[in-house]
Design a protein around this ligand. Sequence first.
Ligand SMILES: C[S@@+](CC[C@H](N)C(=O)[O-])C[C@H]1O[C@@H](n2cnc3c(N)ncnc32)[C@H](O)[C@@H]1O
Length: 203
Amino acid sequence: MKTYIDVIAHMEQYAIDNQVPIIDSESLTFLIQTLKQHEVTSILEIGSAIGYSAIQMAVQLDATVVSVERDIERFEQAQQNVAAAKLTNRVHLHLHDALEWDFEADYAEKQFDALFIDAAKGKNLQMFEKFAPYAKKVIITDNVLYHGLVETTERIRNRRTRQMINKIRQYNEWILNHPEYDSHLERVGDGLIITVRKGETHV
Ligand SMILES: C[S@@+](CC[C@H](N)C(=O)[O-])C[C@H]1O[C@@H](n2cnc3c(N)ncnc32)[C@H](O)[C@@H]1O
């Protein structure tokens, strides 16, 4: 019989073999610690990939996780992994482009303790605007330093990469200076921004 450890090991190997970007171990440790500090037991995740972070959060926090993925192959892998980890009652996966998802149709009036944004990096701002209203305690955005490229002063030659980096920079600046939220950047892994509503006691 497969244990959670076996499923995690299988996913880590699958991610390497198939070049699936999953959260690195340093960021995962920090993410779990932060969510624990905020006493999080329900999470909305944008960007499931193969379900690795969703499964880790569900197990390590004894939490329920709702996660959305737009790539069908990754979504199906995530479904298999969640089933193998025996978490289908607590990890709910959806196949949609998050920005086109009729979220209210599936989760009318629902509030989550936390929002974890880990999808297309150039879309962080749109993801935040769409899903932050559903997060009560804390919002975490991953990969905000994008392999150090966000803070480099060197010119990035590839046009698409340059555009994406500029969008990540815009998001970082926007959220770090937002009048309604307190945010800070953590230089852990690929960089995470932790955000809480101003005046919240959950900091
Ligand atoms: C970095 S991976 C997620 C990794 C996952 N959270 C983990 O750590 O195990 C980003 C995922 O977001 C998905 N994605 C990107 N843009 C999306 C969108 N607009 N809607 C839904 N999923 C999206 C990608 O297909 C990709 O699988």
